[in-house]
Design a protein around this ligand. Structure first.
Ligand code: DGL
Length: 273
């Protein structure tokens, strides 16, 4: 059987913050990244729409020969992953796998807090799905989980305004709304793969004793562990250290913005889904 690349998917640029850490941990594999920029943001869209968009993207990866796809997008992981894993994958070849970013984060986030109170910042879709409180309580039943949707953050980031003074208003607004829910929150998880771009501003507007956790390294370490635990799957993935980038919108726009998320220049190709 021909060995193939690992697929990494996001609605736009955010998944590049995850891919960057995955490549750091696992540089030997080949990767294909797809950003569905033409239809981003996914955050405000309905369950059915996010599911359809994500399924189409996963099918595109499978058509490229990928056998493992990482949904490096919380909104897609919250709204589409379960359906894809339970309804769609069984109809496809048994060795195809789709993994998300919520499970790796919820498995360990409880280890960060001393007060037992965690704040989750995510898109409206992720927050409304309740995926984080449900999943965290499976691993840490005693922990209190407070959520805040930040619907303006992805548009600010996708439009390259994250370092500008205009961003401060919305960063402060959502942090204040989260902290107003409980004075005990000592750990905040950035449960959207775009949000690490706002890390500096987020820290500026928070008390220094609150720890802010982003997902890149967590997801990368969890993938490394998964590959080690699944040698039969691991041997299906090619290892020549290449990365290809694809976007559903303008490749020039993608290349102009992507380096801020990925930390390196990228050269993408346009595809239609
Ligand atoms: N980066 C995606 C996430 O982690 C969401 C961005 C969007 O709203 O499209 O949820």
């Amino acid at each position: 059987m021909k060995k193939t690349a690992i697929g990494v998917f996001d609605s736009g640029y955010g998944g590049l913050t995850i891919l960057k850490e995955i490549v750091k941990q696992l540089p030997q594999y080949d990767y294909i990244y797809l950003g569905d920029n033409a239809r981003a943001p996914y955050g405000p869209r309905s369950f059915e729409t996010v599911y359809q968009y994500t399924l189409q993207s996963v099918e595109w990866f499978f058509n490229q020969g990928c056998e493992l796809v990482i949904l490096a997008c919380n909104t897609a992981s919250a709204k589409a992953l379960r359906n894809i894993q339970q309804k769609d994958l069984p109809k496809l070849e048994a060795y195809k796998r789709v993994l998300g970013v919520i499970r790796p984060s919820t498995e360990i986030i409880g280890n960060f807090t001393k007060t037992g109170s965690i704040g989750i910042l995510g898109t409206t879709g992720t927050v409304v799905s309740e995926s984080y409180p449900i999943e965290i309580h499976k691993f840490f039943p005693e922990i209190k989980v407070y959520q805040q949707a930040c619907p303006m953050w992805v548009p600010i980031i996708e439009n390259g305004e994250f370092n500008n003074p205009g961003a401060d208003y919305f960063v402060k607004k959502y942090l204040d709304e989260l902290l107003a829910q409980s004075a005990d929150i000592d750990t905040i998880l950035l449960a959207c793969t775009h949000y690490p771009l706002l890390m500096d501003k987020i820290k500026q507007h928070l008390p220094t004793d609150i720890e802010v956790v982003s997902q890149g390294e967590i997801v990368a370490l969890s993938l490394a562990q998964w590959l080690e635990n699944h040698p039969d799957m691991n041997k299906l993935y090619s290892k020549s250290g290449s990365i290809q980038f694809f976007t559903t919108d303008s490749a020039d726009d993608f290349d102009n913005h992507a380096s801020q998320f990925f930390g390196k220049e990228v050269k993408s190709e346009h595809i239609f889904l």
